[in-house]
Design a protein around this ligand. Sequence first.
Ligand code: BGC
Length: 465
Amino acid sequence: MRALPCLLLFLAACSSSSPPTKRAFPETFLWGSATSSFQTEGNITNDDWAVWETLPGAIEGGDKMGRADDHYTYFDDDLAKAQAMGHNAYRFSIEWARIEPEQGKFDDAEIAHYRAVLASCKAHGLKPVVTLEHFSLPVWALNPKAGATSLGGWTNHAVADEFVAYVQKVAGSFVDDVDFWITLNEPMPQLSSGYFTGEWPPGKNLAFVQGIAAFKNMVDAHARAYDAIHSIYAAAGKPVTVTIASHYAAMDPQTPGADDAAAMNLDYLLNLVFLEAVVKGDLDTNLEGAIEHHPEYEHKLDVLGVNYYRRLLIQSMNIGPIKGLPNDDASAMYHGDNGWGVYPDGMTRALHALWDKYALPIVITENGMADATDHLRPYYLVTHLQKVQEAIAAGIDIRGYLHWSLMDNFELASGFKYRFGLMAVDYASPTLTRTPRRSAEAYTAIIKAGGVTPAITKEYGASPQ
Ligand code: BGC
């Protein structure tokens, strides 16, 4: 059954006893996958992670990004594979350190590289969804090595100014090629891992004053980048969509009652506080509810980009503004290789909560799991997309789903330990061979059927043993 051609699956889906009367997902729906530059491209030597990975204990197992997936070389083959899997969209990020290796100096050869990636997207029928900052900064903006000279990262407002200048350069270069931009990927996890817990660069441990400054600077950077992109596109007479990829985890108390306030606090800090600033203009100046209204930050998302992976169980804690400690959901029936609980209902909760609160069209910019053997991912995909389908049927305006990830990649501080790919990457092979997993086939079947059908659920969505 594994090798069953997609056409047969499609026919099976059409002939099943209760097929959807119409396509459950809109015809214009974006179906695709997502990657980020420093996790896949390889051979980036001048961003903060390239320094971070040299610091003792920074990356599990001492792994180094190295050539990663060498997506920088193989992007065209990778996009051909995405097309063959039926995708019509591809989310990737531009590496700021490549475009601007020295402060104020832009590299035309790297702009030409990304122009080639965009041409490849076009040639393969993939709408590009382009992220401008996915967790990595040029080393001149942030050098995590103790005592090194740099602007110091998001704690410094000058980095927001620099980001806007970089965005102007990139958006101005690609106004004919891109109409969907994501300024920042998951600003709150980026802040919490980098500036509060210190697991990511710059590695500041619970430095609240700097962390709060970094939060405000990222809000400011997004809002000004949003305006800059819109004025470039308005001048060119072209439409554009600008958003962030916002983290959303379903948050529940570890012990109901005792930890309710803690769960609400982390829901606010990790899921909502950034959105409150860039949708409503309500900036929380101490992350504890001291709100200042900033009209210049209001309505700075055209759609809502949502990254949903899992549920977290929150325990009470009291460190500065942070009142909750997130734990993996040990009670989940299934877990990824990294311990994340599989919780499809969280997709429903995310979509309803965000729609009810902000009423913006939603694009799911990431969703996926670490599963090297792929015994769970088909089930994960089917069950999560089933929830998306139900949310669409309930009237929520959802316009796309981008699975994390197209292929295995360098998983941040965990190095190469976890595998999130629809395609497996053989890191021992000279050309880093990519092999589509069964989950890729499940996804293709869903795309072709225009939704999750009973036949697809039967074939791929049964509870794993
Ligand atoms: C990030 C990705 C990361 C994935 C899995 C997401 O929150 O945006 O960069 O690889 O989680 O950890």
